[in-house]
Design a protein around this ligand. Sequence first.
Ligand SMILES: [Zn+2]
Ligand SMILES: [Zn+2]
Length: 268
Amino acid sequence: MGIRFCVLGSGSSGNCTLVASEKSAVLVDVGLSGREISRRLEAVSFRISDVGAICLTHEHEDHVAGLKVLHKRHNIPLYANTATVEAVSLRGKCKGLRWTVFTTGCLFEIGDMTIEPFTVPHDSYDPVGFIFGNSNARVAVITDIGMSTSLVREKLRPCSAIIVESNHDEKLLRDSDRPWSLKQRIAGRQGHLSNAQAGKLVSETAGPDLRLVVLAHLSRDCNTPELAISSMKRALDEVGRSDVQVFAACPDRPTPLFTVTPGKAEAS
Ligand SMILES: [Zn+2]
Ligand SMILES: [Zn+2]
């Protein structure tokens, strides 16, 4: 079997992605309430009791809001690097949780999946992206990334599916009535990827196995799914990869459950 995944919700109001193989299911970030995550898992025929681990990319609230409830009520093991554990613990409300600490850059395993955390630039303590793998597929999850780096490009190249941030349309952000300092933060090298930057990153790194791109963390005010999708498709067309499917994740409902197998990515 390949790898299945579903972005349960994505945006500044909360991020959570299910990644599963035959024997294991993992949540990447839990920025929605425990109840909402349970409800959305059921919508794609999973139960909260199927989830064997929560892996955190970083400590921002839109990635950790449901952490305490899911860990304490449902006893789901937590995985993060040292700096993220410390940052979450410092916030006070998540003291006394039991963690499994991974090292950024070092592969680890959960069930029958390998998980590779790698450094991404973002304004948090030690933010990471993840590559999930088994013998049939590799799936990347990179949200909250301020810019492309050679390490990120190297990690994406062998992937069959990429969940990537496509946060804002540069003109809509520029013209928005947000304070100048916030615009600078979002567009900065430790902020969030624009549609154009996401398109450049994916089109530069699209390897022969790539079949599917899911756009995540879209800004409500400074983006639309149509703009994000058309920007990514244009970038892929320019490098002769119009065969790659492009979807956009929403804040308020899950994407379809995707199954990625050698040479194929299907929505169910
Ligand atoms: Zn975020
Ligand atoms: Zn963040």
